[in-house]
Design a binder for this molecule. Structure first.
Ligand code: ADP
Length: 491
């Protein structure tokens, strides 16, 4: 009897985790077997003569290999950017620069499907997210900053804003195309030229962007794309010809960069780690809040610096929220990132999966109670079930340190003052979320939470017009909106 029932389950679509597969086709993704460095408008072989593989974390298969740029390659790219800055880009009227940026935005839209598939293959994120979030938001950033390029005197009235020169931009692996857009678009709009290094795990969409720069006939050298790991990033940071460093990544590397540029006169914006509090009050719309918490921590496998990784629930609704969260976890589909049904894709790398698993062990050893969904996960590739910890103490490492995975800690609270204190008790300060029916509570918390972004009755909402950035160990400087222009101008 029981056997017959499980057979029918396999064939029918009768539970949330038994949807028929709906895979996106890989045919949209044209990936070369090997990529060189994009310097001065052309793909050039690296002086290092070295290449390294980039793999699909969902299958562990090699997708391509990319150049490992050394200091000589970085020097070449910086010189190309300097030359383009002095000879063309700085002198070009803003309204002409805007046309190029606008063209880039349009081309990303036209090739959205290809970008989404490549982003998902290279990084492991669900296709639904790369298609509906990463790629459209990247295009929107270019559209938005195209609009500012000829209006800088309105952004900074009577201040005669001038570009800085060459911007060295170093980005992480969690939102590869979007982080490239966040960095390149405002730099170009303000008249700077760029040397950008994507993360070593996810270089492919930045290299695809180089194709677009060629097609858009962006003057050679205005944007150069250099691939490599930490040593390549360090060569950009330490190059004397770079005027500004824009970095998104770990707090540890942020600190290294800050030390390296101290006393050099280089400007910097650093967007670093986070450990955001997501706070549910008893008067909140509970179902909506639970959905927001799920989005807050499980979006992009929790590889999000502003992820709502610490949940605080008011005591009177604590049991209800935990029960509803556990039920909701059971409906989440973990697996093939190319499947349109998938909620949680692959963890970005073997190393990151090891870090997450290390924290799962630490949490249990600290006495917290771990609950994981019973979702099936593929036998190959790097996957982690959605996980929540209850019985967590404020001092536990899982509540203090950034895990960067689909792992949520849950604690209860009684009063507003108590939760504000707990929420702020972290070295980070990037984002926070508040769920309540009361406007007065929202205003009280938004003024007292030390976080760059505070979402109210929503989470993980991004818009190019809205600035983003942190306090404390989450870094400094803002990206997005009018504020995002400040990091690229001097007066
Ligand atoms: P994550 O923990 O997200 O991998 P990292 O800070 O290690 O964050 O990496 C973010 C980016 O910084 C990547 O592009 C990486 O190659 C680069 N990077 C790593 N180490 C250094 C360094 N010492 N100097 C400059 N860039 C670095």
């Amino acid at each position: 009897m029981a056997k017959a029932k499980s057979n029918t389950l396999k064939l029918k679509f009768d539970s949330a985790r038994n949807y028929a597969p709906a895979p996106e086709s890989k045919s949209a993704a044209k990936i070369n077997a090997r990529y060189d460095l994009f310097i001065n408008g052309k793909f050039e072989k690296p002086a290092s003569k070295k290449y390294f593989a980039t793999i699909n974390p969902a299958t562990e298969e090699k997708l391509s290999e990319v150049a490992d740029a050394n200091a000589a390659d970085v020097d070449k790219a910086v010189k190309a950017a300097r030359n383009a800055y002095g000879k063309t880009w700085k002198k070009m009227p803003g309204k002409e620069r805007a046309k190029y940026i606008y063209r880039i935005a349009r081309m990303i839209q036209e090739r959205a499907r290809e970008f989404s598939v490549i982003e998902t293959l290279d990084g492991g994120k669900p296709i639904r997210e790369s298609r509906d979030f990463d790629v459209p938001t990247a295009a929107n950033h270019f559209f938005y900053y195209a609009g500012w390029a000829d209006k800088l005197e309105y952004a900074f009235p009577n201040r005669n804003a001038q570009p800085l020169g060459v911007a060295g931009q170093i980005i992480p692996w969690n939102f590869p195309l979007l982080m490239a857009a966040w960095k390149i678009a405002p730099a170009l709009a303000t008249g700077n030229t760029v040397v950008l290094k994507p993360a070593e795990n996810t270089p492919l969409t930045a290299l695809k962007l180089a194709d677009i720069f060629q097609e858009a006939e962006l003057p050679p050298g205005v944007v150069n794309i250099i691939t490599g790991a930490g040593a390549t990033g360090a060569a950009i940071v330490n190059h004397a010809g770079v005027d500004k460093i824009a970095f998104t990544g770990s707090t540890d590397v942020g600190k290294i960069i800050q030390k390296a540029i101290a006393g050099t006169g280089k400007k910097a914006t650093l967007e670093l780690g986070g450990k955001a509090a997501n706070i549910i009050f008893e008067d909140a719309a509970i179902d909506q809040a639970v959905e927001g918490v799920v989005n807050g921590i499980f979006f992009n496998q929790g590889h999000v610096c502003c992820a709502g990784s610490r949940l605080y629930v008011q005591e009177s609704v604590y049991k209800e929220v935990v029960r509803k969260l556990k039920d909701r976890l059971e409906t989440m589909i973990v697996g093939d990132p190319l499947d349109k049904n998938t909620d949680i894709g692959a963890i970005n790398s073997k190393e990151q999966l090891a870090i997450i698993n290390k924290y799962l062990k630490i949490g249990q050893a600290e006495g917290a109670e771990m609950y994981q969904s019973s979702a099936a996960i593929p036998s190959k590739g790097f996957f982690c079930r959605p996980t929540i910890f209850t019985n967590v103490a404020q001092s536990n490492r899982i509540a203090q340190e950034e895990i960067f995975g689909p792992v949520l800690t849950i604690q209860s609270f009684r009063t507003d003052d108590e939760v504000i204190e707990k929420a702020n008790n972290t070295p980070y300060g990037l984002s926070a979320g508040v769920w309540t029916d009361k406007g007065s509570k929202i205003f009280n918390l938004t003024t007292k939470l030390r976080a760059g972004v505070v979402w109210a009755n929503t989470f993980n909402q991004f818009d190019p017009t809205s600035p983003f950035g942190g306090y404390k160990e989450s870094g400094y400087g803002r990206e997005g909106g009018l504020h995002g222009l400040y990091g690229y101008v001097r007066f």
